[in-house]
Design a protein around this ligand. Structure first.
Ligand SMILES: C[S@@+](CC[C@H](N)C(=O)[O-])C[C@H]1O[C@@H](n2cnc3c(N)ncnc32)[C@H](O)[C@@H]1O
Length: 301
């Protein structure tokens, strides 16, 4: 009897320690993760292997109906929300058509929706699930997902990079974007960020300018550029870059690109402005260099 009593105490302690460790370690082990995955500009051929693996192991997916189509065959998890469906819409209208009062309401609505979504994601992750938000192209360039990411600590979300649409468009143009003649930098921008002040100050450096989301404002954009850049400055518009069957390039100059583009206001286009789009900058550089060398400038000193 005495010896049995001696055994009860260590057994109870072991059971208690085991139960405690299962709860704490078990909880840790079973926690899932929230990923934001860049899917590249043009379907599964342009996604990275890492991004595809994460999509395949996702338990829950947030994506736009519009751009998730080609990836559906890789989904094993459940689509829980089309974030992009409500992000730019309010009361059946596009955010662009809202009046001032509606804009105020829309911002409050968006904030509430975003908070609810973050709660939903956290809940799933805490239950041990992997939640994946798909973002077209690269998640850190003109992406829509940062209004969600910013609500998380950096240790709570993993961003998986993707190919940006300008990589695919560069390949379509087939020219060196930088170096490009006398261009000293590349500018990635959008119409709503371009001011007269900005154009006036960058024009002397002949940059290669790449404009996102610009087609519905093409006329205004080109008029603005012509105030500071010569009319013969080359322009190329690359639409659906990376899509084998849909890719299209419209080429021209500031003087004639609007006529060439006609009524095309396709959202999926990038507008390139600068000499890079026509050139062979290295050949030009070498030609310039040989003239320079022949003049013995390098050897004078
Ligand atoms: C909201 S931004 C998203 C950019 C995206 N995060 C990226 O890395 O490419 C959408 C804009 O990207 C550009 N874009 C996206 N995919 C494209 C493609 N395949 N071809 C040309 N432009 C594209 C267009 O200018 C479009 O208006």
């Amino acid at each position: 009897m005495q010896s049995r009593r001696k055994l009860v105490y260590p057994i109870l302690c072991s059971v208690f320690i085991f139960a405690f460790l299962s709860v704490t370690w078990g909880g840790e082990i079973s926690k899932g993760k929230f990923y934001v995955v860049g899917t590249g500009p043009a379907g599964p051929e342009n996604i990275t292997l890492k991004a595809l693996e994460i999509i395949k192991m996702a338990d829950f997916i947030l994506c736009s109906k519009e751009h998730s189509g080609p990836f559906l065959k890789y989904f094993k998890g459940e689509i829980i929300e089309d974030v992009f469906d409500w992000l730019w819409q309010y009361k059946g209208k596009s955010f662009k058509d809202l009046n001032e009062e509606e804009v105020e309401e829309y911002l409050v609505f968006r904030d509430k929706k975003a908070n609810a979504l973050v709660e939903k994601i956290r809940e799933k992750v805490n239950q041990g699930h992997n939640v994946v938000l798909l973002e077209g192209g690269e998640p850190n360039i003109f992406s829509q997902c940062h209004f969600i990411i910013e609500r998380y600590g950096s240790d709570e979300v993993e961003i998986v990079p993707g190919m940006n649409s300008f990589c695919a468009a560069n390949a379509a143009i087939g020219k060196s974007i930088i170096p490009a003649y006398d261009s000293q930098f590349v500018v990635l921008t959008a119409p709503f960020l371009i001011s007269d002040n900005m154009l006036e100050s960058i024009a002397p450096f002949s940059p290669t300018v790449i404009v996102y989301m610009g087609m519905d404002l093409l006329g205004d954009l080109i008029r603005k550029f012509k105030r500071y850049f010569p009319g013969y400055t080359p322009v190329a518009i690359v639409c659906h870059a990376g899509f084998e069957s849909k890719e299209k390039i419209i080429r021209g100059s500031l003087d004639n690109i609007c006529d060439k583009a006609g009524s095309n206001n396709d959202f999926m286009c990038l507008i390139y402005i600068g000499r890079a789009v026509v050139g062979k900058p290295f050949t030009t550089f070498q030609e310039g260099l040989s003239i320079y060398l022949r003049r013995n400038k390098f050897f004078d000193e």
